[in-house]
Ligand binder design. Sequence first.
Ligand SMILES: Nc1ncnc2c1ncn2[C@@H]1O[C@H](COP(=O)(O)OP(=O)(O)O)[C@@H](O)[C@H]1O
Ligand SMILES: [Mg+2]
Length: 265
Amino acid sequence: MGRIYTFVNQKGGVGKTTSAINLAAYLGRFGLRVLIIDLDPQANATSCLNIDRHIIQGGTYQVLIGASPPEAFVLYNPRLKLSILPANAELAGAEIELVSEIARESKLRSAIRSLIEKYDYILIDCPPSLGLLTLNGIVAAKDGLIIPVQCEYLALEGLGRLMDTIRRVRSALFPELTIRGVLLTMFDSRTNLSNEVVAEVKRFFPNNVFQTIIPRSVRLAEAPSFGKPIVLYAPQSSGALAYEAFTQELLQGDGVFIPTPIQQS
Ligand SMILES: Nc1ncnc2c1ncn2[C@@H]1O[C@H](COP(=O)(O)OP(=O)(O)O)[C@@H](O)[C@H]1O
Ligand SMILES: [Mg+2]
């Protein structure tokens, strides 16, 4: 049965999309069946994977409003060995349209139930807010949340509100909701600040921080403009090695055994 993880942090620019895309690409490389669900109206995950907007007939929006089963709009990229349920422009309106719906926070969770058997991993990429789209992402996170935190000034700012939201979801809708882990991103070993943030985040989440830390890497920032995950763009770069290590750490924690080593291309 597939695992579902949701990348969440209402702060923008902390590495949610970068982490979801690159984890997905390595999982695909390792031979696992992976689906990314782009829940952000800005559609960064969709564009990072070089998906031509003209071929997108529908996506997360149609699934959220119940107009269509998710299978109808999932696109498979054979080169990347991963699938994506893309975000399209209409998704921006979903936040408002869903307000009057019954069980509005659980729409995505119910809609993707049929996909759980078809994938080993489903990764949901949330927008930078705590609105109804993100709530749907949180409620759908069957196996937990992955919270990217940037190793920068004010890294913990806003996490209190996120924790409040998580507590509210637990008490009202989904008591088993867990945090799979906090992923430290954009670490700069040359600065004391990065090290201080790591220590601070580990104090805030004593049992929940992934051991792998993602360094700041120009290659990671460049890769999306070539429509490629880092494993295809610069597989030997520090960012690539870090996301590969993160993937292995996650798989190990999940008890998933990888039979074949990764092949470089
Ligand atoms: N480790 C990193 N090193 C350098 N740049 C990064 C790194 N991770 C992400 N970026 C860049 O930072 C910006 C924000 O990252 P993104 O993943 O889009 O954040 P979010 O989805 O949380 O808004 C993007 O331009 C991305 O390419
Ligand atoms: Mg994003």
